[in-house]
Design a protein around this ligand. Structure first.
Ligand SMILES: *Cc1c(COP(=O)(O)O)cnc(C)c1O
Length: 349
């Protein structure tokens, strides 16, 4: 994909329990890995459009998917309109406008309503105006997964001594997860565990695996809004139930917030809660707990640092104030004070 960056991987001494490698997706043009999948989808659709010069992209995401859509559209020299619900924060609307959206419209109370209005009304109207409108889905499309899978292709070159023991990624609707699993299968990494992380209250995959049924959550109670898909893609459920190397785990919002503020202190990198949930595993023995096994000191653990723009200095400072109790030692430190609330399910069960 021309509109993504092949970013470096960095080994970081976040703890002494294993070798931690960060795949720095936070540095993608849109601030998250979504540039990969959504950029790839858009390129695919644009190259097949009846009249590429009339293509107008549409997204209903007030989050990182909307930002990725606008960013890629600008790269392709095409306009992008983002429809967001009234619940979208002004900060994110400002960021989407600043990224170059031709329009940011507010419609409906929640995402479902904004999305329905976009599909049922805004897109048909655009067609009548003579545009070639292209709806941009946040996660549920094979071209999104193909784009996300490129990050594993890069890992193959970047991890010189071969396969990692663990790859950690977070799960919203599962577009990133599908790409990672696909990439790992393609790489032939048969012994690599893929650890799928969610926050409690946005744990649509974890609950589905636990219940042995592809359920839809009644609602989202986690503040990690980028993980807030009430139902994961069909493909994610299928992969998590058939691939023996997949493990699902959850942490609380408080732990994700701890991950964010400690990571900001340790590495001077700001990420949103949806990403902090992965980083939190580096602290307090949470990784071992989530994996349900010991990690060797020389074992390579890759964290997909998915990134995200829903974070500010003030938010990080607030999380530190609120969740200081989860770690009152100065980092980096191995002394842990509070046991993890990790909740683990084996993907293959
Ligand atoms: C979208 C997003 C996720 C979840 O990705 P899915 O493909 O929906 O599973 C995780 N982290 C960040 C920062 C995101 O923007």
């Amino acid at each position: 994909m021309p509109n993504t960056l092949s970013h470096q991987i960095q080994e970081r001494f976040l703890n002494r329990r294993s070798r931690i490698f960060l795949k720095l997706e936070n540095l993608q043009p849109s601030g998250s890995f979504k540039s990969r999948g959504i950029g790839n989808y858009m390129q695919h659709m644009l190259s097949r459009a009846s009249d590429p010069n009339k293509v107008h992209f549409y997204s209903s995401s007030g989050g990182n998917a909307g930002l990725a859509c606008v960013n890629a559209a600008r790269f392709f020299g095409r306009p992008a309109t983002v429809v967001v619900p009234n619940s979208t924060k002004p900060m994110m609307m400002t960021k989407i406008r600043a990224a170059g959206a031709s329009e940011v419209l507010q419609h409906g109370a929640v995402w479902k309503e904004a999305d329905a209005w976009l599909r049922d009304s805004a897109i048909p109207d655009a067609e009548k105006r003579g545009e070639v409108p292209i709806y941009t889905p946040p996660f549920d499309h094979p071209e999104v997964w193909n784009g996300n899978a490129t990050l594993v292709k890069e890992l193959e070159e970047q991890l010189e001594e071969g396969a990692p023991g663990v790859i950690i990624c977070s799960v919203g609707g599962g577009g990133l997860f599908n790409g990672v699993v696909q990439g790992v299968e393609l790489a032939g990494w048969r012994d690599t565990t893929i650890l799928a992380m969610e926050t409690q209250g946005a744990d649509s995959l974890h609950k589905a695996i636990q219940q042995g049924e592809h359920i839809t959550l009644p609602g989202i109670s986690s503040q990690a809004t980028s993980l807030g898909a009430t139902r994961v893609s069909e493909r994610s459920y299928e992969l998590a139930t058939t691939n023996n190397n997949v493990k699902c785990a959850t942490l609380t919002d408080a732990e994700a917030a701890m991950g964010c503020w400690r990571f900001a202190d340790d590495e001077r990198i700001m990420v949103e809660l949806a990403c902090g949930v992965n980083v939190a595993l580096c602290y307090g023995g949470r990784l071992e707990q989530a994996l349900g096994r010991a990690v060797k000191p020389d074992e390579k653990v890759v964290i997909v640092l998915c990134g995200g723009s829903n974070v500010t200095v003030d938010m990080i400072a607030g999380w530190k104030q609120e969740f200081k109790h989860l770690h009152d030692e100065q980092s980096p430190s191995e002394k842990e004070t509070v046991a993890s609330a990790a909740c683990v399910t084996n993907g293959s069960h």
